[in-house]
Write a protein that binds this ligand. Structure first.
Ligand code: NAD
Length: 329
């Protein structure tokens, strides 16, 4: 197959090449898929895209005209592709539903520890030859109550790790996993009770109409004063302006933010020569109790190996005309 891979980042290039192992002809592109760039797929049987590529109806129409038959997403989410339209055109699509829940869960707990023990501040302080401990008091994780919203593949690994820390776990999900209750001595509860009782709240639900701005001013007002809020789910799970207000009033004591509502066009790129236009981001960057990362939670070698391998397995499955377990229906 000839495969056009859009939006290839430096950190994934080698993993894609290794997984392909010379089998297919790869056209590695560093541009996003859009109406302006779609013709780069000319002569290809398949394209491979990431979360920020645009596979809307007009782009799919052009891909169809160019003879592209398969779209492989190197991500779990597929909100960037018009699925019914692709199906109408007979274009088969597949995704990577799971590549390493451990990568995201471990990063999530890493954010909690870094915020709690003020590791970034410590490091910068020592680089300035300031070895004082003033302002660096943290808290024991042992015995704290952590609320986990969304107890799917990632949320349940977070539960496992935090159970090991001796945390008390409150869980909220629309589908309850009773095994977590027994294994980790956890309790499923409603969202309000979780907000009221948790010292730390971490978000692992998908973004959809029901979860959009799940954390807003009303929910924040119900939380314990000084709560730690972690979002390594999707930016839109929180109302960013309400979180900023919560941070300014002290209602939120710590905020860990791996994902951001307005991350498109900002995250994954070097903007060090640009003037930051995003005022909410600029405000968040001024707060010492906020830790920002650029949608990095998934970024481990295991995850990248799995994403690349599963992507090529999906494409080969579809090319052979076989049923593909990761096909987007
Ligand atoms: P999953 O599908 O295994 O689990 C999601 C859980 O959320 C399910 O148990 C589901 O029942 C629950 N849920 C759905 N709607 C809900 C609602 N309204 N309220 C509460 N719970 C609800 O998914 P996962 O693999 O655990 O991933 C969770 C999310 O993490 C993904 O949707 C994605 O947005 C995010 N994610 C982030 C990164 C990153 O790098 N930061 C990487 C991968 C995934």
């Amino acid at each position: 197959m000839k495969i056009a891979i859009f939006n290839v980042h430096n950190w994934e290039r080698d993993y894609l090449q290794n997984a392909n192992n010379g089998k297919h002809s790869l056209k590695m592109l560093d541009t996003y898929l859009s109406l302006d760039t779609v013709d780069l797929a000319k002569g290809c049987d398949a394209i491979c895209i990431f979360t920020e590529d645009n596979a809307s109806a007009p782009i799919l129409d052009r891909l169809h005209e160019l003879g592209v038959q398969y779209v492989a997403l190197r991500s779990a989410g597929f909100n960037n592709i018009d699925v019914p339209h692709a199906k109408k055109l007979g274009i088969r699509m597949a995704r990577v539903p799971e590549y390493s829940p451990y990568a995201i869960a471990e990063f999530t707990v890493g954010i909690m520890l870094a915020l709690n023990r003020k590791l970034v501040r410590t490091h910068y302080r020592i680089m300035e030859m300031n070895f004082s401990l003033n302002g660096l008091v943290g808290f024991d994780m042992n015995g704290k109550t952590v609320g986990i919203i969304g107890t799917g593949k990632i949320g349940r690994v977070v539960a496992k790790i935090l159970h090991g820390f001796g945390c008390k776990l409150l869980l909220y999900d629309i589908v309850e996993d009773k095994s977590l209750v027994e294994k980790y001595d956890a309790t499923y509860t409603d969202l309000d009770a979780l907000c009221q009782q948790s010292d730390i709240i971490t978000l692992h639900a998908p973004l959809n109409e029901k979860t959009h701005h799940l954390i807003d001013a009303d929910r924040i007002s119900k939380m314990k004063k000084g709560v730690m809020l972690i979002n390594a789910g999707r930016g839109g799970l929180v109302n960013t302006q309400d979180v900023i207000n919560g941070l300014k009033s002290g209602q939120i004591g710590y905020f860990g933010m791996d994902v951001y509502e307005e991350e498109k066009g900002l995250y994954f790129e070097d903007h060090s020569d640009d003037i930051l236009q995003d005022d909410a981001m600029a405000r968040l960057m001024t707060l010492r109790n906020v830790l920002i990362s650029s949608h990095q939670a998934f970024l481990t070698d295991t995850a990248l190996e799995n994403i690349s391998q599963i992507t090529f397995d999906n494409l080969e499955c579809m090319e052979k005309g076989n049923a593909c377990k990761n096909e987007i229906k």
